[in-house]
Every structure is written in C-alpha cells, then in structure tokens.
Design a protein around this ligand. Structure first.
Ligand SMILES: Cc1cc2nc3c(=O)[nH]c(=O)nc-3n(C[C@H](O)[C@H](O)[C@H](O)COP(=O)(O)O)c2cc1C
Length: 301
C-alpha cells in the first residue's frame, strides 16, 4: 500500500473521533452508556467517542431472525475482519465452517436443538481452534514434534484465544451490516457429533457456534446491562473490596432488566456461582475435555 493511501486512512480514522463539543454524538454516547449500565455513577462519562464505540455499545444477542440469507460477500468480509484480528505468534490457529444447508444444520444441531434460533438463523458458523494445519506442516516435512505433552495447556489456550478474537471481529462486522448474532457455546458438549458431521481431522476443536441473520425486529430483546465499571476496571492494582457493592448494584439492575423483558431469571450473583459449581456435572464434558487434550497432542491420536 502506498504511503499516500495509508495517510488517507489514518486521516479518515482521526476524523471519526469526536471530542467534547460534538454534542449530538456525545449525547448518543450518554444514551448508550445509560442503557448498558442503567446508572449515572459507576460508568464512563466520555469526552471522546467514535462510531465504532457506538456500534460496540449497541450490541445485543439476537435470537429471532428473518429468513433471508446473509449475502455471501458479507460473510467473506466478516471472515477477512476475523483474519485481521491479532493472532498469537501469527499462528492463525483457527478455522470456521459456514453452514447454510438445512440438512447439514440438522446434523450439527444435535444436542442443541432446543435453541430454536440456530435453525432459524440463515447462517450458522462453527468456530474451530485449529492446530491441524500446523500438524500437516510437521507431517509433510517430517518435522519431529517431540513427546506429546497433554498437560501443557498453553497451545490449547493460545488457539482458543485466537479463535475467540477472530470470531468477535466477525461478529462486530456482521453487526455493522445490520445483521444480528448470537454465540452458541452449548455445541462444545457434542464433540463427537460435530467431528462426524463436519468431517474434522484431529487437532481441531469446535469452540462455539455463531448464528447470523437479519434480526426479526418484532421479537427483539433489550440491551443487557453489565457490571458497574469499577467491578472490572482496576487501576494499578486489583481492588477486590469494590466487588461486593458493585455486585449488589448489578443484581438489582439486571433484575429490573429481566422484569422489563418479562423473563423469570434467578438473581445473577447466586446463579453465576451455581452454574460455575455445576460445570463438572454437565453431560458431554468428558467428551469436551478429551477433545481439548487432543487438540494439543503431537501424535495423530
Ligand atoms: C462463548 C459464549 C457462548 C454462548 N453460548 C450461548 C448459547 O449457547 N446460547 C445462547 O442463547 N446464548 C449464548 N451466548 C450469549 C450470551 O448468553 C450473551 O452474550 C449474554 O447473556 C449477554 O447478553 P448480550 O449478548 O445480549 O449482551 C454465549 C455467549 C458467549 C460469549
């Protein structure tokens, strides 16, 4: 790329940063932040804003879709954005399978069929942590990879982080085109079914799905509030003492939101601990843990 076009792009980005004085945009920021936190005190009060910040703060998971397909060029742009995410050691340790065919959708919905939005979404992406192409390089070039180290989680975590960063870039890109998305983590518990349906080689781990489609605006949910800023933003050192007040405040904000959405959901703090503590009881976890370990094994196990 020429230096001329690079500077044009930089100037373009700079012209989209709005500082104090751009009252309309800062008013939009205030509305978005008010929706996200439902309070005035423990949240940001920005003097700078960008259209991208607006887009990110407008996110909500979409679970009701119109039937029209996602244009193929938008899928490709979203994957290019995914590929533009940072990637540890430039390993690019992920892949994605795009599913639009109804029969194929049926096969990959095994176990998660109760989530009707997966079938309803015209496009379903399955994101894979992928160390198979590195294994392919080693095999093709007779590179000795040493003893498999099943307990070393570093390569697995690296590949899963790469996958998550890529998928989030894609998600934000879809949203920028007016499409809606929802992640599907539940699929991780059906490793064998996915392995068969997608014809996966060893060293590939399905991490989550992503439903994509144009939202059905008649069945739209609200913007879900998040923890107060002080619960997650620590300055210089970690402040554990702040959590109790922040959590109490959040429980009440989320209750208020759930009431508005007419959702009967347990209190966030209690339920979060309950869910974490019961992860060891989830059916399919052995299959998942085995697949996680196998992602990293150098041998074709
Ligand atoms: C890794 C991951 C897995 C998820 N799995 C599911 C899922 O299986 N089904 C679902 O309906 N939503 C799923 N979600 C969406 C979350 O429930 C949602 O992001 C969260 O409740 C916050 O709501 P919001 O996205 O509308 O702000 C998942 C999100 C992530 C990041």
């Amino acid at each position: 790329m020429s230096s001329f076009s690079q500077s044009t792009i930089s100037a373009l980005s700079a012209s989209h940063i709005f500082a104090a004085g751009d009252s309309e945009l800062l008013a939009q920021a205030e509305i978005l932040l008010q929706q996200r936190y439902r309070q005035d005190i423990d949240r940001p009060h920005p003097r700078h804003w960008t259209p991208l910040a607006s887009a990110l703060l407008s996110h909500r998971s979409v679970r009701a879709f119109q039937p029209q397909p996602v244009p193929s060029d938008i899928l490709e742009t979203a994957v290019a954005a995914a590929q533009s995410a940072s990637t540890s050691l430039n390993l690019q340790a992920w892949s994605v399978v795009a599913i639009e065919n109804a029969e194929q959708k049926d096969k990959v919905c095994i176990g998660v069929a109760d989530q009707a939005w997966i079938r309803e979404a015209p496009l379903y992406l399955i994101w894979l942590a992928d160390l198979a192409r590195h294994q392919q390089i080693a095999t093709a070039r007779n590179i000795e990879r040493g003893q498999p180290e099943p307990d070393n989680l570093d390569p697995v975590v690296t590949a899963v982080i790469d996958t998550a960063l890529a998928a989030q870039n894609a998600a934000v890109t879809f949203e920028s085109f007016g499409l809606g998305i929802v992640f599907i983590g539940a699929l991780r518990l059906y490793q064998s079914a996915l392995r068969n349906a997608l014809n996966l080689p060893a060293h590939v781990l399905p991490v989550f799905g992503l439903c994509v489609g144009y939202p059905d605006l008649n069945r739209q949910t609200g913007i879900k509030p998040r923890l107060p800023l002080s619960a997650v933003l620590h300055r210089e050192t970690y402040n554990a003492a702040i959590q109790i007040a922040a959590i109490e405040s959040y429980d009440s904000k989320l209750n208020e939101y759930n009431r508005e959405q007419q959702r009967d959901v347990p209190i966030w703090s209690d339920y979060s601990v309950y869910r974490l503590d019961r992860m060891h009881e989830i059916a399919g976890r052995e299959d998942y843990n085995r697949a996680i370990r196998q992602l990293n094994l150098a041998s074709e196990s």
